[in-house]
Design a protein around this ligand. Structure first.
Ligand code: GDP
Length: 610
């Protein structure tokens, strides 16, 4: 059933925004200090999770520390100690970013083909979300295969610092564009060094020197200009310069002295996840440190499982995975999210317990967020008390995209329209999505998925369900933004529809008693806009409002009229007003509904302005 958020309720004492660091072997005393909770209350929680601790000075496992901290309501970051372990050099993990159409995908495809493994496999590699280019020298580079900034920032937002180096792709014939700058900002914020690939150098209009000058003036310290940012001229189409790009990346990696612990339990991150009909949930993971071994119990974000199979980038089964190696893991009970961390635990029981605890915490955080969002937007919208809800179902090709699309759609939330993501999922639009959409009057967003079958399209049509299918995030946001604007009730606003000047004042006297008291008539000329009878009018003298009331009579040459346009003279009576002076200005007011606006900035950022 669709998730229905509860009515606003103030959440009890918890520290949802507090994050503490936890580690293996910490004591309850230490945990109490970090969480801010009392030792007694922590001991109580420990008993509830079935853990027996004799003294507050006894070491507890990092999993138990996490469970207890989550009960208290704080977020945790696991510290992985490599103390005493031998560290060995590891390959760099690289993300490709840059402006749309500058050739990110083409470059990744070209690089993938240079891989020795790909050559051995006859060029056939499966799409895993990451691949390794192995050089004849024995060195290798791991590339994340999801170009685009949304994926990068979504991962970072989840605390997954996976990327070591960013390849900034700039088309030689187009130069620095808004998303080039955005990519630079992302890399800077994440403190990740950049290697520039000036692409499309095969084109006659290519002007790499101009690109370098542009980048330099944007604050990138290029090597050519005495800085430390390497620049390589490439062409993804003719495949020239790829070897130099790979060398540049290895050199950058060498300067960073990337090392990892090889032995011991693995710590890893999910870079992509998908649901396979036969094999169930599959997660592509990149190992940060340690060795992941087939058969181990793992907890991945809120999910858990026992590793049934590990496959490398060409789909070959392997027993274990080492740092910087992207592998596909089979055996999870549910679909994790890109950026989720993978930790190895001792037993199935521990895995279940940790996954349950995390799920509970996630749900609690989500409820809090929804209710906070509601309160927040209700506060600011007192005047425009009308607010409609736009329920949305999101389907996308892989988990990382689902998340990026969901985050992007949420950014369109506004005081007038509440973007309510009722369901998200990986894979094509199904009949159950249609049923759900019908039940909660939702529209379905499909991103980067194959076109729905005719039976689905027909069912959606019959149920009057809007399907929005896109492959470019900006196009999706544009359509949804316009839909939101369309659905928004709008705010009522008073507008001046016409303006007239009083040229003369007439008095109707000697009327019979039954017709009421004497009436003053303002003889006016409409200077601008239009005057309509039955509207509210406002009398201004030297710019100051003297009176506001309804217009009870509007005449042109003794004839009652409904409206008078610009340039015409008319006689006007305002109810209960008899203080006109020549030179006064009378404004005709009308109520209009002002809709919010969909605003997109040059950098591709979008928002709804009310
Ligand atoms: P993305 O949006 O950054 O992923 O860009 P794509 O890889 O989809 O490339 C956009 C367009 O540029 C495609 O039509 C590519 O064929 C073309 N393209 C990409 N790299 C090169 C290149 O090195 N040379 C030329 N001539 N065209 C390229």
């Amino acid at each position: 059933a669709p998730y229905v958020p509860p009515k606003q309720k103030q959440v009890g004492k918890s520290y949802p925004d507090k994050t503490i660091e936890i580690f293996e072997g910490m004591t309850i005393r230490e945990l109490a200090k970090r969480t801010g909770a009392t030792i007694v209350s922590l001991q109580e929680i420990l008993m509830n999770v079935g853990e027996k601790i004799d003294s507050e000075f006894d070491p507890i496992s990092v999993d138990i520390a996490e469970l207890v901290a989550m009960e208290v309501g704080v977020n945790v970051r696991r510290l992985h100690s490599d103390e005493g372990a031998t560290l060995q050099p590891r390959s760099p993990v690289v993300t490709v970013m840059g402006h749309v159409d500058h050739g990110k995908t083409s470059l990744l495809d070209a690089l993938r083909e240079t891989s020795v493994a790909a050559k051995e496999a006859g060029g056939i590699t499966q799409h895993l979300g990451a691949f390794v280019v192995s050089m004849p020298s024995g060195a290798s580079i791991t590339f994340l295969d999801t170009p685009g900034h949304a994926a990068f920032s979504a991962m970072r937002a989840r605390g997954a610092a996976v990327t070591d180096i960013v390849v900034l792709v700039v088309a030689a014939d187009d130069g620095v564009m808004p998303q080039t700058l955005e990519a630079m900002r992302h890399a800077k914020a994440a403190n990740v060094p950049v290697v520039v690939a000036i692409n499309k150098c095969d084109k006659p209009a290519a002007d790499p020197e101009r690109v370098k000058i542009q980048l330099g003036s944007e604050g990138l310290h290029l090597e050519d200009l005495g800085g430390d940012v390497q620049v390589v001229e490439v062409s993804a189409i003719t495949k020239s310069g790829l070897d130099r790009l790979e060398e540049a990346l290895l050199l950058q990696a060498e300067m960073m002295d990337l090392k990892a612990r090889i032995d011991g339990p693995a710590q890893a991150y999910v870079v992509e996840a998908r649901l396979d009909r036969g094999r169930g949930p599959l997660a592509t993971a990149i190992i940060k440190s340690g060795t992941l071994i087939c058969g181990q119990h793992i907890v991945v974000g809120g999910e858990w499982g026992r590793i049934r199979a590990i496959r490398d980038m060409v789909g070959k089964l392997t027993e274990s995975a080492k740092p910087a190696m992207p592998v596909e893991i089979e055996g999870l009970r549910g679909l994790p999210m890109a950026g989720d961390d993978i930790v190895v635990v001792d037993s199935e029981e521990r895995a279940r317990m940790l996954s349950n605890g995390r799920k509970k915490k996630l749900e609690k955080d989500r409820l809090r967020k929804v209710s906070e969002e509601r309160i927040e937007t209700q506060d600011t919208s007192e005047e425009a008390s009308e607010r409609v809800e736009l329920p949305i179902i999101v389907k996308a090709d892989v988990q990382g995209t689902v998340q990026a699309v969901t985050d992007a759609l949420r950014s369109l939330n506004s005081p007038q329209v509440f973007v309510n993501i009722v369901h998200v999922g990986v894979g094509p639009i199904s009949h159950s999505d249609i049923d759900l959409a019908q039940a909660c009057d939702a529209c379905i967003v499909g991103f980067n998925i194959r076109s729905p079958s005719s039976s689905i399209t027909l069912a959606a049509n019959q149920a009057n369900i809007k399907l929005c299918l896109h492959r470019i995030i900006y196009h999706l946001l544009e359509e949804m933004g316009n839909l939101i604007v369309d659905r928004a009730p709008g705010t009522s606003e008073t507008q001046v529809a016409g303006e007239a000047e009083v040229l003369g004042i007439f008095e109707l006297k000697g009327r019979s008693k039954s017709k009421g008291p004497d009436v003053k008539i303002a003889g006016c000329r409409v200077l601008d806009g239009r005057f309509t009878k039955s509207s509210t009018v406002r009398l201004l003298r030297s710019g100051e409002i003297m009176f506001e009331g309804s217009c009870v009579s509007l005449k042109r040459e003794k004839q009652d009229v409904e409206a008078v346009g610009k340039g015409n003279d008319c006689g006007l009576v305002i109810q209960d007003c008899d203080d006109y002076r020549i030179g006064d200005v009378i404004q005709c007011l009308e109520q209009v509904k002002r809709k919010p606006k969909f605003i997109s900035s040059e950098s591709g950022a979008v928002r709804i302005e009310c």
